[in-house]
Design a protein around this ligand. Structure first.
Ligand code: CTP
Length: 405
């Protein structure tokens, strides 16, 4: 699970309702604080039966709001002020009872009134309950009504439940909720779009244990997958080998070689058209013509000759040549003459947008920045970390997408 980074600090009003998953709200609070956000906790009376307010106070560094009769704010207007001060209202866990009260607009406790007073504050509820309760038509009705009211529901996930049953109703994990919360602050520029990405290196086997690869970590592709998901897209990531766990919110297809990556990309495009194709993978340009079976054994005093290499297909150029083709975005890591090389590569691969990485010798060794090259020219994006860069790129891509038919 990737850690959240670089989202600028925000104020989260975290409501906790009564359910066993309330213990996970402690970890969520810790993660939010660790990511630089400030957290004001509000607990229902039932929630305090599961975790003590003092625990949440210690983790958030703030007194927990428990009811309207002992307000934290001098105004005495906690039921309005707490949510007006927030950049997001999150309820995790959201019990069946909480969903029902929120759907009906019942303000019989502090959290209920805050949900009524939320106005335009982005709101996320993380349902958590027994699978039969979640499946109940009344709960489903309430969930649908809340979605209609502009509330986002995150999860529930499925799996083993505290009651011992297995099914849908588990609250999402705190790490997942952190990503869901940070997504609340990103514009949904790719809502309803399908984005296909490649990322990471490829590995081209020479024998059973050796092969050709490169040092790509896949981090840029992962950041792009997250940013596209945050923007509302359905994301499919075709990823080469690497240590990164599949990104939350995307469907990940693992491959090893360039040929497998090409086949997986083709299969995805045959399955359903994509609006955007982003080629962030560092595809090996060549592969051994023939991978040897077994392991090449060492001979005393002699080194084996290197295998004969053949060129791998250019996945990006192939996708760009499809009819119809998605909006194609390529990457280019150039050592020198970045703009000229990137522009030439863009034209050679016939893609509308190419992202070029500036070499360290150009802008300083500890900085990374990039240029966007398209038909209208060159645009430099200032130095920032990969997630922010990915969000910026998603904005640039969304602005260039042809309107939907
Ligand atoms: N790419 C691809 N398939 C390949 C090689 C590259 O899809 N077989 C994509 C990369 O994912 C990237 C872009 O093409 O988006 C440019 O990759 P790069 O390695 O910089 O370019 P090459 O075409 O390999 O050219 P060169 O290495 O000569 O600069």
């Amino acid at each position: 699970m990737q850690a959240a980074t670089s989202t600028r600090p925000r104020r989260v009003l975290l409501g906790i309702s009564g359910g066993i998953a309330a213990y996970k709200a402690c970890e969520l609070t810790r993660l939010l604080v660790k990511a630089g956000h400030s957290v004001q906790v509000v607990m229902t009376r039932a929630a305090t039966q599961f975790v003590g307010p003092l625990t949440l106070q210690a983790l958030s560094g703030r007194e927990v709001a428990l009811d309207s009769w002992h307000p934290l704010r001098a105004s005495g207007m906690d039921h309005i002020d707490l949510v007006r001060e927030a950049d997001a209202l999150v309820v995790a866990p959201a019990s069946a009872d909480l969903l029902a009260r929120a759907a009906c607009g019942i303000g019989d406790d502090l959290l209920g009134t805050l949900l009524l007073a939320r106005d335009a504050v982005p709101t996320l509820l993380a349902p958590a309950m027994n699978r039969a309760m979640w499946a109940h038509p009344a709960v489903q009705r309430n969930a649908a009504r809340l979605r209609d009211d502009g509330v986002r529901l995150a999860g529930p996930g499925s799996g083993e439940q505290a009651c011992g049953e297995v099914g849908e109703g588990r609250m999402l994990e705190p790490e997942q909720l952190l990503l869901e919360i940070e997504a609340l602050w990103q514009p949904r520029l790719l809502q309803g779009r399908r984005v296909l990405l490649t990322a990471g290196p490829t590995f081209e086997p020479w024998d059973a244990v050796r092969g050709l690869s490169n040092r790509s970590s896949g981090k840029m592709g992962w950041a792009l997958a997250r940013a596209a998901w945050e923007a509302g897209a359905e994301v499919v990531l075709v990823a080469g080998p690497g240590a990164l766990a599949p990104p939350y919110g995307a469907r990940t297809v693992r491959v090893e070689t360039a040929l497998q990556m090409r086949d997986a990309v083709r299969a995805e495009l045959d399955l359903a058209a994509a609006d955007v194709f982003i080629a962030a993978a560092a595809v090996a340009d060549w592969r051994p013509r023939q991978a040897q079976a077994g392991k090449i054994k060492k001979q005393p005093g002699a080194a084996p000759s290197l295998p004969e290499l053949v060129a791998n297909p250019d996945i990006l150029a192939e996708v760009a040549a499809r009819a119809p083709s998605p909006y194609c975005v390529g990457f280019a890591a150039e050592a020198d003459d970045l703009v000229a090389n990137a522009q030439a590569k863009r034209l050679r691969k016939a893609v509308p947008l190419l992202v070029g990485n500036l070499g360290p010798q150009t802008f300083g060794s500890d900085h990374s920045s990039c240029v966007l090259v398209d038909e209208s020219g060159v645009r430099e994006l200032p130095r920032m970390d990969k997630l922010e860069l990915a969000r910026q790129l998603v904005r640039e891509i969304a602005a260039r997408l042809p309107a939907r038919a």
